[in-house]
Write a new protein. Sequence first.
Length: 145
Amino acid sequence: MLNKRPLVCFTDTDGKYVVLGGNMRLKAAKDLGLKELPIILADEWTEEQKAEFLIKDNVGYGEWEWQQLATDWDNQKLEEWGLDLPKFEEEPSLDELIGEEKNKPPTMKITFESPEQLQKAEIDIQELLDRKYSGAYFSVSAGEI
């Protein structure tokens, strides 16, 4: 398999090979005790070509650090290279939340000591609303009974 799909490496500033593609093949070769492996040397590649290869080589198999990708990489290029990026929903800003809150009708919460007290109050509250506050309504939550 290594002859069909060799490691892809480049030479670092210390003259050592750095694996761009084939880390798992390299691990398997080490486990098997292999001493020589075929490589494709990518020293002539630009940084963008190395980045493109790295993403494309891992599209089907890689585990992604999504936050790092979002911060350090160009999303459009990642998508062009075949990586399906998750769609993260932005959290609403405080201004948006306050604005949303302003559009909600005013409400009131009343807590009773017992279910019986709540039942008696329901009748009184409905009579009061009908008599003094046309168009107002209320809802009841029995809580934990």
